[in-house]
Design a protein around this ligand. Structure first.
Ligand SMILES: Cc1cc2nc3c(=O)[nH]c(=O)nc-3n(C[C@H](O)[C@H](O)[C@H](O)COP(=O)(O)OP(=O)(O)OC[C@H]3O[C@@H](n4cnc5c(N)ncnc54)[C@H](O)[C@@H]3O)c2cc1C
Length: 537
């Protein structure tokens, strides 16, 4: 092993949503020497800062890990694309910027599993303290935080058609999905500032990056955490083709995200011993739950052609509009280039007796296929509606292809492996078709593209779901918090059985929250920072 030549108090692995918050909070005291390592590059590019860049980022090897799942047996052995940010800001630099938090019951459920301090009343202060809500402060929102939460500046007219169709189908309006109740339909708020993306890097890292006690190393891939005597001593990382080591005087904090955090733990000898033995990795600590409990929001998109030139498309009318929008963006930071693509939607109950919404709608005024990567669909005028299942019962896992740290993690999503999830997705399709059939869409409704049949029966829909169901990029749970057999961290996010090592990112969520996962991850990191500072004072 090469010699440890540099020491920091805290070493943070991964400069994503969680890592940027930690770097900010832990380096606030100049006495703490903090190092943040990120595999990706700087986020200073218009592709990241311009909201509509989200389309290009889906396909960018430079800024995106572009993982693929294993062939999914419950979905006809399809390989499912799993984008993740590989850039400062992590997935918050490539995401769709929707600001939602889930429901109070999501967090009360975490507490009921034995995780002290994670109930809604405990975590709400962290949602508030990390945000700057442009609407102003109230019981649910704060204005003193770094993460700017704004109204979307782009309002595609077809979004209003969707909302009208939802009303006609019986759904109520809601102007704040993070307020007194989540249920309802409306416009999403977005993490943007002055019409530009407000990633975790923009919010939490850029303003403090020049602190003398903070070192940020990009294009650095951590190869393993160095464990001796059941204590994290430091890390080994690859930078500019050289393997280097860093020593942690206080703690190593793993924030590499739901796919990479369990992979790195296993590469460091912490994980299920049978998995480590299979790859000839020395077992430093047998922890059976590492990589298990993978949860993801399974999603289906229904798509219709439009008879009118009223949707986003690469056609003469559409192109003329896009040129106008480029001018608007350059001059005023307004127009369609500020869009998160998903401007309208909401949270609905598939059965009225449910206490919380179980499905999320996300509307896009264009024809979308293969995560927006199939550009030929943009030649057709049409519109699409995502419907995702908020609390799926299927579970996947992360494991290793080999002991090579440069290889991708092995991702088995196993979505739809639970029969209830398949049934729920069939229902989701019926809900979408009902919304599309409402009078609001009568003026332009064309043929159904997905599903192909105009009046599909149950079997048709089931086959369609198996063929097309996907996900909305919210993997969690692979290093879950708790005290049971499969828990990886305790409720202070310390790795069970190892000293001076915490995990702070979306992987620690024991169960998926009923909403998008960026702001919940930021909340987790802000709370973790308080715990880390308290435990090391
Ligand atoms: C396309 C897309 C759209 C999304 N849309 C939304 C949305 O609209 N709203 C929302 O709330 N959420 C959304 N999400 C989800 C949300 O962005 C994530 O849940 C959140 O960013 C996860 O944060 P994290 O800190 O756990 O991981 P990440 O932000 O992914 O950070 C992990 C970081 O660790 C780095 N890393 C990994 N391995 C190593 C290593 N070995 N060494 C050094 N660095 C390493 C990675 O490069 C990355 O920067 C979306 C995600 C994606 C991908």
């Amino acid at each position: 092993m090469s010699t440890i030549n540099t020491a920091f108090d805290y070493i943070i692995i991964g400069g994503g949503s969680a890592g940027c918050v930690l770097a900010n909070r832990l380096s606030a005291n100049p006495k703490n020497h903090v190092c943040l390592l990120e595999t990706g590059v700087s986020d200073k590019t218009p592709l990241v800062s311009t909201p509509i860049g989200v389309i290009g980022l889906m396909d960018s090897k430079k800024y995106n890990w572009m993982f693929n799942s294993q062939p999914e047996s419950s979905q006809g052995n399809r390989v499912i694309y799993c984008p993740r940010g590989k850039v400062l800001g992590g997935s918050s630099s490539v995401n769709a910027m929707l600001y939602t938090r889930g429901t109070p019951s999501d967090y009360d459920h975490w507490a009921s599993l034995g995780n002290e301090g994670w109930g809604y009343s405990d975590i709400l202060p962290y949602f508030k303290s990390t945000q700057h809500q442009e609407r102003g402060a109230n019981e649910f929102h704060g204005v003193k935080g770094e993460l700017n939460v704004a109204e979307g500046r782009s309002k595609h007219p077809l979004g209003e058609t969707l909302l009208e169709a939802c009303r006609q189908a019986g759904y109520q309006d809601n102007d704040d999905f993070n307020g007194a109740q989540q249920e309802g339909i409306g416009y999403y708020q977005v993490t943007q500032i002055n019409g530009e993306r407000c990633s975790a890097a923009r919010a939490f890292l850029h303003p403090i990056i020049k602190r003398q006690n903070l070192t940020v190393i990009t294009e650095a891939k951590v190869a393993r955490i160095l464990i001796e005597n059941k204590r994290a001593q430091g890390i080994e990382y690859l930078h500019k083709n050289t393997l280097r080591t860093l020593k942690a005087n206080k703690e190593v904090i793993l924030s590499a995200g739901t796919f990479c955090s369990p992979q790195l733990l296993m590469l460091s000898g912490i994980g299920p011993e049978e998995e480590l033995n299979q790859h000839n990795i020395e077992v430093k600590h047998h922890l059976p739950g590492v990589g298990k409990n993978l949860q993801e929001h399974v999603d289906i998109i229904t798509t219709n052609k439009s008879k009118k030139a009223n949707t986003v498309a690469l056609r003469p009318v559409g192109i003329a509009k896009i040129l106008k929008d480029i001018w608007l963006y350059i001059n005023q930071r307004k127009g369609f280039l500020t869009t998160s693509i998903v401007e309208t939607g909401g949270f609905i109950k598939s059965k009225s007796e449910l206490s919380d919404p179980d499905m999320q709608l996300q509307f896009i005024p264009l024809v979308m296929e293969d995560h927006g990567r199939k550009k030929s669909t943009l030649l057709t005028y049409g519109y699409s509606l995502h419907n995702c299942l908020l609390r799926p019962k299927s579970r996947g896992r992360i494991s290793l292809h080999s002991s090579d740290f440069l290889q991708d993690p092995k991702i088995e999503l196993n979505m739809l492996s639970h029969p209830d999830d398949l049934a729920a997705m069939v229902n989701a399709v019926k809900i979408n078709l009902n919304i599309f059939s409402q009078p609001a869409f009568d003026h332009g409704r064309g043929k159904s593209i997905c599903p192909k049949q105009e009046n599909p029966n149950y079997k048709d829909i089931e086959a369609f779901v198996r063929e097309k169901a996907n996900h909305v990029y919210h993997p969690v749970g692979t290093c879950k918090m708790g005290n049971d057999h499969d828990a990886v961290v305790n409720d202070r996010l310390q790795v069970h059985g190892i000293k001076c090592l915490r995990i702070v990112d979306a992987s620690i969520m024991p169960t998926l929250v009923g909403g998008n996962t960026n702001s919940p991850t930021i909340m987790i990191a802000a709370k973790a920072a308080d715990m880390i500072l308290a435990d090391n004072c």
